[in-house]
Design a protein around this ligand. Structure first.
Ligand SMILES: *Cc1c(COP(=O)(O)O)cnc(C)c1O
Length: 388
């Protein structure tokens, strides 16, 4: 055999050593475009769409399937599909379940880019999106039209942390044949049982707590058994897939999610309580605090709290004062996304379509990482001394 051929023939997927199969503790399948068939007969079956195994890289490689099954079992849903990011998961969910002429409802505190997608792209396909209050419940009935086909919820919602009354909305939607989609990224499936609350489609940005180390972009969508066929068919036609390495890292993240999330939640609540008593702080936007307007819904529907919350100052500071505060933080990185081991801060005012509790107010958002909360409080206290 010549060198060029040797190089091609080497390092295939041999799994027998000393006549024993090597079985690793973690799934080991890696990257591939081509998946080799055992025989011509298998190829013929694949051509006919009758091959039961994996046919190609876009046919969801083993690592992706392992991640999807883990999420499906955790969610208690019928079928899970992985996406290259959380926003891709949201966008494709809307594409999968709408068609021209439909009307959809979106809670006013939904992740900003999905609202933008509706306005910039979905509207071109004659799907009209309109907002419902960030704290919507049974009052959502007033927004439902004859053509309403889908409701997108996010609870607690992005940056302002209002909660929706999920069971009130899902029972109303179910009566009218409206599909309910919940972005449950804040709680993860561990702290919010979407399907037990009547939700049809649960979306996760696995980028956040599930991966947990700020090194992966990945999304997951889980649907009820009733919607499984429809969603699977959509996914196949779109030739969607998620990168094996990202699925591997997210699967690895899932192993430690319960312990990490417990620590994120404990530290965040301790810091939120401490902030509530601080002279310069006005409101702390954390659903586990009794003063949160939807605290009763959180107690009823959630199994705990994660590590992301916001707060407002009593005063609205000019930009240079706010900059002095944020820049003085030494342990909090300034950056988007959240759910990783390192604490992060963002600050901003959020545009809403409907009247908001926080109109014109600057919200400081903290993602509490896995540092010792005493150090984080000291860091916050020092930075706040730059404010008055
Ligand atoms: C971050 C986020 C997304 C988008 O996830 P990416 O993986 O960053 O695209 C969607 N929904 C919520 C609530 C998020 O916080």
């Amino acid at each position: 055999m010549h060198d060029a051929t040797k190089l091609i023939q080497s390092a295939g997927d041999e799994r027998l050593f000393g006549g024993k199969r090597v079985r690793l503790i973690n799934p080991g399948e890696g990257q591939a475009s081509t998946v080799l068939f055992e025989s011509y007969e298998d190829l013929v079956a694949a051509n006919a769409g009758e091959y039961p195994g994996v046919t190609y890289g876009t046919d969801r490689l083993p690592m992706q399937r392992a991640f999807e099954e883990a999420i499906r079992d955790l969610e208690g849903g019928g079928l899970t599909r992985a996406f290259p990011s959380g926003i891709s998961a949201l966008i494709n969910t809307l594409l999968a379940f709408t068609q021209a002429g439909d009307h959809i409802l979106i809670c006013d505190n939904a992740y900003g880019p999905i609202t933008h997608f509706c306005q910039a792209i979905l509207a071109r396909f004659q799907v009209e999106a309109s907002p419902v209050p960030a704290n919507a419940g049974a009052d959502i009935a007033a927004h439902v039209r004859p053509g309403t086909r889908l409701v997108l919820l996010e609870s607690p919602g992005s940056n302002t942390f209002e909660l929706q009354d999920i069971p009130a909305i899902t029972s109303l939607a179910r009566e009218r044949g409206i599909i309910t989609v919940l972005d449950g990224t804040w709680a993860t499936p561990l702290l919010l049982r979407a399907f037990e609350l009547g939700v049809d489609v649960s979306v996760q940005s696995a980028t956040k707590y599930i991966a947990g180390h700020s090194d992966v972009l990945l999304g997951a969508v889980t649907v009820t058994p009733a919607l499984a066929g429809r969603f699977d068919a959509f996914y196949r036609v779109m030739e969607l897939f998620a990168a094996p390495e990202d699925c591997r890292l997210a699967l690895r993240g899932l192993r430690t999610l319960p312990v990490r999330l417990r620590q994120h939640g404990q530290s965040a609540l301790e810091i939120a309580q401490w902030l509530s008593g601080h002279d310069l702080v006005d409101q702390v936007l954390h659903p586990a605090l009794p003063g949160h307007p939807e605290h009763h819904l959180w107690r009823r529907d959630f199994q705990g709290a994660s590590g992301l919350f916001g707060f407002t100052f009593r005063a609205e500071y000019p930009p240079d004062r706010l900059a002095a505060f944020v820049n003085a933080l030494e342990l909090f990185g300034i950056g988007y996304s959240w759910g990783g081991y390192k604490s992060l801060v963002t600050a901003g005012r959020y545009q809403r379509s409907l009247p908001s509790r926080y109109e014109g107010r600057t919200i400081i958002r903290l993602s509490i990482g896995l540092e010792d909360p005493r150090d984080l409080m000291r860091d916050l206290a020092t930075a706040m001394s730059f404010l008055p």
